[in-house]
Design a protein around this ligand. Sequence first.
Ligand code: AMP
Length: 473
Amino acid sequence: MCGIVGITGIADVSFSIYYALYALQHRGQESAGIATFDTTSLCKHKGNGLVSEVFNGINLSSLEGTIGIGHVRYPTTGENRPENIQPFLFEFRNHSIAIAHNGNLVNYQDIRTYFEDKGQIFWSTSDTEIISKVITEEIRCGGSMDDAIRQCMHLLKGSYSVVIMIDGDLYAFRDPYGIRPLCFGRTTDGGFIVASESVAIDALGATLERDVCPGEMICVTKDGFRSRRFTDAEHKAHCIFEYIYFSRADSYVDGTLVYDVRRRIGGLISEEAPVEADAVCTVPDSGTAYAVGYSERSGIPYVECLIKNRYMGRTFIMPTQELREIAVRIKLNPISDHLRGKSIVLVDDSIVRGTTSRRIITIMRQAGAKEIHMRIGSPMITAPCYLGVDMPTRNELIGSRCGVEDVRNRITATTLHYISLDALVRSIGKPVSDLCTGCLTGKYPIEIRGEECESRPVDFVESDFQTSLFPVE
Ligand code: AMP
C-alpha cells in the first residue's frame, strides 16, 4: 500500500502536497517524498520515516513550483533502501519526469528481464521503475504521453494507481480493474489535485470531483483538463480490504463513504451473531465504525474500554513478533472500571496473524472482563495479497491454518464471529464481481503463478479524449 498525490496550478505547491501527504499517512509510514517542477528543473526531498520526520527542518519553499507530486510508502515489492523511496525522478530526452505509484505489479520480473535483455540498467528494486521504463521506451519510439500510458495498460499486470509529472504537465491513471483507489478534485483557487483518497482533497479544502475510472487517464496541461479511457473491463476488481481496513473511514472510495460501509457491516454482524452483553467495545481506531454499527443495531451500549496511545505507530510494522507484542501493550490501555465483571462485545476490522486480538483479549481479561465476544468486520483472511496489501504468507495467516473454533481458542475469546462474505459485499453495495476478494477466497482477478484466477477479460477501448470532468461512457 502507498499513498500518492499530484497537484497543479497552486502557488507554493509543496506546502499543499505536504498537507495532502499528512492526510494519506495511514497508507504508508516507511518513507515519504515530494517532487516539484520549477519550470526548468525538478526539485525533490525524500527520506525514510513519517511525513513529519522526513520534512522536519526542511524549508518547503525550496521545493519551488506550482506543480508537484508526493508519495508515502508502505513496502510491498522492493526492500527498504534509499533507491526505492518515491517519487522517482529522471530526465529523458529533455523531459523532466517524476512518478509515484500505489499498487503492485505481478509481472514486474518479466518486464524487468525484457528491458535488461535490451541492455537497460535498473537502480532500484521497486516495481515502479518498470513503469518509468515503459514510458521512456514509448517516448523514445516517438509516442506521446497518451501512447505511453496506453502502453502501460497493455503491458502492466497487477494493481497501479499512478501520478506522473512531466515537465509542467500532470498525468494520472488507474489500472483497468481499479484495484487501488484514485480520485481528483478542484481547489478553491483553480488548482487541481489527484490523490489516493478523498481525505487528501478535504485536507486542502478542495472539492472532490470524482474517482478516476478504472482504465482511465486524466491529465492537466496548459490546455486544461483532459480525460481518456483506454480500457473498459466489464468487471472491476476494487480491493475489498480498502473498505475493511486500509482506507480512512472518512474517505469516499469509488463513490462510497468508508465509515458507512463499516457501520453497516457492524449492524449486519450483530444480526449474524447476536449475543447478550453489557457493552460493545471497539479496538480503536480500526474497529470503531464497526462497533458503532453493532451497538446501534443490537441496542447494546457502546462503551470505550480501551484507550489508544495516539503517539505510537502501527504495531503491524514492527519487524519481529516479540516487538509487535510489546507494542500492543504500550499502544492500548484498558479501562478497568468499564470492564470489571462485564460481558463485552469486542469489535475489530480483521484478524491477520491473530497476535493483536490475543494480546488485547488478555489485557481485557486481566482488567476484569468476564466474557469477551469477538466480532470481526471481515471474513477469515486465508490467502496472501499480491496486489498491494502487505499480507503475510499463508503460513503466518492464522485464518489459513486454523478454523474459526481453533482461532477462537488461540485468541482466547469467549465466542468469535467473522462477518460472512455475502453480508460484507452487501455492506459495500457493489457486486462481488466488481471486487477483489483474493485475500478472503484465494481467487484473484489477475493471473498469479500458483494461484487460482477468476478471469475478468479487459476490453481495450480507444475513447477520444474529452475535456469535461465527467467520466467517458
Ligand atoms: P494481527 O491479527 O495481529 O496480525 O493484527 C491484525 C490487525 O492489524 C487488524 O485488526 C488491523 O487493524 C491491522 N491490519 C490488518 N491488515 C494490516 C496490514 N496489511 N497492514 C497493517 N495493519 C494491518
